[in-house]
Design a protein around this ligand. Structure first.
Ligand code: ZN
Length: 291
């Protein structure tokens, strides 16, 4: 039995055919249409048809706050015009004739890392995704913690003491995301994107290194409070910014250990293990878990 994973982001729609073992058998992708939610879902359906195979169900990891019970986008930032309110499950199911499960893309990533990646040996795990924004999700024994409203583990809007260089994507100020996200790192270093900041740091630019270290340290300190409050078995760090590697991970883990209450100091802080395909694999696992 194979399932389809769909990853819907602000710039790209990726679709993968995933087998019983969580292995990607085929993938395809296209730019996200800019002319509304209906066009986005029509493109996803076209990509699914293009992949072929004989999938039995579809899982979608999508940007925004998703109601996984109803399969509807409850709220979304301006990254996808008209996305808020979209009945993803009903519409994609109508277009493809297959059952559809939907959740947030970071929660799909968490599910993949919990079942097949760095979180597999642990019971209660927080997944943190540091990319364009900062997101998070909680899993327990390989399953997503649903929470009351689908936001359990969403750490991007924790209050931090340092005012960020830009306001938060949610419209408020002084949130973790406004300091530690890739977009905030780029703005603070006067660049258009994180890779340029990393290039400067590796060429010996101390100002670029300080921006990356600051973002990682603020993230680690904020996570320390969360880890103490929730008492976790492990934290897994993923997303595009985390792929900077040790220069980001080490100050983050160091700051977390310095600020966490002492019983938490031994808790593992791990890099994600699955790479950029994790949200796609996780989306397919959403479909598997629903059957
Ligand atoms: Zn916020």
């Amino acid at each position: 039995m194979s399932t389809i994973g769909v990853d819907i982001g602000g710039t790209k729609i990726a679709v993968g055919l995933v087998d019983d073992n969580g292995e990607l058998r085929a993938t395809t992708a296209a730019p996200t249409p800019a002319d509304g939610a209906r066009a986005v879902l029509a493109k996803a359906a076209a990509l699914i048809a293009e992949l072929g195979g004989k999938p039995t169900a579809i899982g979608v990891g999508a940007t925004g706050v998703i109601d996984p019970i109803e399969g509807v986008v409850r709220s979304a930032t301006g990254i996808l015009p008209g996305w808020q309110g979209t009945p993803v499950r009903a519409e994609l199911s109508r277009l493809t004739g297959l059952p559809v499960s939907v959740d947030n893309d970071v929660r799909a990533f968490a599910l993949a890392e919990a079942g097949l990646g760095a979180g597999r040996p642990y019971g209660r795990v927080l997944y943190v995704s540091v990319g364009t924004g900062v997101g998070g999700a909680l899993t327990e024994d390989g399953r997503l913690v649903r929470g009351a409203r689908g936001t359990a583990g969403e750490i991007g809007h924790l209050l931090v003491s340092a005012r960020g260089p830009i306001s938060c994507g949610c419209g408020r100020f002084d949130h973790l995301e406004s300091v530690a996200a890739g977009s905030a790192i780029a703005v603070a270093a006067g660049e258009s994107a994180v890779p340029a900041v990393v290039d400067r740091m590796r060429a010996g630019d101390d100002a670029a290194r300080a921006v990356i270290t600051h973002a990682a340290t603020v993230l680690g300190r904020a996570l320390a409070g969360f880890v103490t409050a929730v008492d976790l078995d492990a934290v897994v760090i993923g997303g595009g910014v985390s792929r900077i590697g040790a220069e980001f991970h080490n100050p983050l883990a160091g700051a977390l250990r310095a600020d966490v209450r002492p019983p938490g100091r031994a808790m593992p802080v791990l890099p994600a293990a699955l790479g950029a395909d994790a949200p796609l694999i996780g989306a397919a696992l959403l479909a598997r878990d629903a059957t």
